[in-house]
Design a protein around this ligand. Sequence first.
Ligand code: PSV
Ligand code: MN
Length: 388
Amino acid sequence: MIDRKDVKATLRKQVIETPSWAFGSSGTRFKVFPQPGVARNPYEKIEDAAQVHRFTGVTPTVALHIPWDRVEDYGHLAKHAADLGLAIGAINPNVFQEPEYRLGSVCHPDRKVRRKATDHLRECIDIASVTGSPAISLWFADGTNYAGQDDMRARQDRLAEALRETYEALSDGIRLLLEYKLFEPGFYTMDVPDWGTSLVHCLALGEKAFVLVDTGHHAPGTNIEFIVAGLLRVGRLGGFHFNSRFYADDDLMVGASDPFQLFRIVNEIVAAGALDPGADVAFMLDQCHNIEPKIPAEIRSVMNVQEATAKALLVDRAALRAAQEEGDVLGAHGVLVDAFSTDVRPLLVEVREEMGLDPDPLAAYARSGYAEHIVAARAGGQAAGWGA
Ligand code: PSV
Ligand code: MN
């Protein structure tokens, strides 16, 4: 029997991290449509992230991307976050937007470029220490476009060398997460294209290195929950960058394109007992809100993750196990479908009420006047950009 009280207690403790860059301007390579009131600097992005936490109660951390969130005094930025009831989450180094990185960063054939990139990774460890962040989250745009362009094995060696130096520089309590991506910007090869490559490097590094699964970084049709189950099994799932996609790395709101896939992924987490914050599987959002307003889009995304989680918690594990052991294919599948088909919104209303929150976070945000406030207050200046 599933105890509703336990389900609600677990949902109250859930932690989902928002990305600072979701609150800045973003678009496609065709057009960035400006939105009034968008945050102009890291301080304002954190203020917006605090609104998401205010109405959902489950997003107490915000990830930073450096240099997009470069400031003079990171201790001061962390204090600003703390004053708003937030902590700094993962620090994401950016080694993909400077002219030197045309042929890659840590895999670049030129040692000087690799040095610059690795120095930036080390700088991000320092920022993590000062801000109290628990992780540096590495994603490399490194790759090639044409067969023969560079030596694939040599690039792996260069990657391993930079990761080793970075890993050895990690201060206590900071984890290294290594994200993979099938393609883009490299169209022939990416240097970390898949979970296997990431895992090989993490295993070589040591027990503080973990694979990060960005749900948008796979070929269409990939069984992501299988990857998740496998990484959990060997204790190397560091966490997620949640988003959803129809075609490529669309960075749309998580749960928007395929809520059943999101449920199946979270179901593996719950089945492995890895939902507990102590399990250190970080639930992070990595999304860009190009045409929709950003703060409500983040709230909607959080609600989608909560709904998937609630459904996964409602899976009748005993019935599932029994059906699996009997070889009852339809029965076992039916247990999952039953949980997925449950309307968990009333349960989440109770959860929010028990947390002292408005039962409808989107309506509460709309009523709060914050959207109008930022449009008026942020009239001058330049919106922070995905690339700024
Ligand atoms: C790359 O596509 C990625 O998923 C990495 O996590 C980057 O840091 C992030 O997107 C930027 O939006
Ligand atoms: Mn990502």
